[in-house]
Design a binder for this molecule. Structure first.
Ligand code: AMP
Length: 120
């Protein structure tokens, strides 16, 4: 897999607003936030897309979600709620080919079923 900008962030070759780091994952604010709170959780292991997640990666992918929830709680948005998104390949809108969990929060987020429910 060719190196992405996220490898450079992991290696501290370029700066990021880091929220959490340990030996397995890194979490940092998205440079182009799509909600009042928008951060990314990435594995330190470079996995290109969701299609490339192997059985041996299952633990770190689950851990990414636990870290997402922990940071959301620290930022005070866990109770109101948040959205996690992992885009895959072109049709999914993926632009950086190192898997990352988007965590979006801080306001009610648009979603068709939610909008429909509001109309009922
Ligand atoms: P995706 O389109 O799902 O691959 O998401 C890639 C995300 O990475 C986008 O939301 C970008 O705004 C974000 N991003 C790209 N470069 C950086 C960077 N240097 N620091 C923080 N976030 C970044």
């Amino acid at each position: 897999m060719s190196e992405t900008i996220f490898t450079k962030i992991i290696n501290k070759q370029i700066p990021a607003d880091i929220l959490f780091e340990d030996d397995r994952v890194l979490a940092f604010k998205d440079i182009s936030p799509q909600a009042p709170v928008h951060f990314l959780v990435i594995p330190k292991k470079p996995i290109a897309t969701t299609n490339d997640i192997q059985a041996e990666d299952e633990a770190v992918v689950g851990y990414m979600h636990r870290i997402a929830a922990r940071i959301a709680a620290e930022l005070g948005v866990a109770g109101d709620g948040f959205r996690t998104v992992m885009n895959c390949n072109a049709h999914g809108g993926q632009t950086v080919y190192h898997i990352h969990l988007h965590v979006l929060a801080g306001k009610p987020l648009g979603w068709p079923p939610y909008q429909e429910r509001l109309k009922e």
